[in-house]
Design a protein around this ligand. Structure first.
Ligand SMILES: [Zn+2]
Length: 140
């Protein structure tokens, strides 16, 4: 089993075990159909992209975190991106980041801005590709 295949399986397991909400913001996520998700939640497809399911390493790979079930949770793309890109100081502590996210959700400021990067499983194109800060990193 390849690393990617294993991670996708762990992502699916975490998604089901969590009952579909994001580990951090507790918002529902989608894994296959952004259009249906957008319609169900009354949001644009662009905005729905923030809620795409990703696999999150609680202990980051750069910190030695392994791709095993106990270290993988299901997180929406926005929270996943935010943990690693926008709040690097909090990235080492998933509990602190979770607390930060929930406070931000309660204050109504979470997702005030859209994500600035594309998911690497679907490489960014055009302006998004030029602006992508995370194109060298591996997100699932
Ligand atoms: Zn989230």
């Amino acid at each position: 089993m390849t690393h990617r295949t294993n991670l996708c399986a762990l992502r699916e397991s975490a998604f089901l075990a969590q009952g579909h909400p994001c580990f951090y913001c507790l918002h529902p996520m989608w894994r296959a159909d952004a259009k249906a998700f957008a319609a169900a939640h009354g949001i644009s497809r662009d905005r729905a992209r923030m809620f795409r399911l990703t696999a999150e390493h609680l202990t980051a790979k750069m910190d030695g975190g392994r791709t095993i079930a106990s270290n993988i949770v299901a997180a929406c793309r926005y929270c996943h991106h935010g943990r690693h890109a926008q709040f690097p100081g909090a990235a080492s502590d998933p509990e602190a980041y979770s607390f930060f996210v929930l406070l931000s959700v309660a204050a109504g400021v979470w997702r005030a801005k859209g994500p600035t990067v594309e998911h690497p499983c679907r490489p960014p194109r055009g302006r998004a590709a030029k602006n992508s800060l995370l194109s060298q990193r591996e997100y699932h």
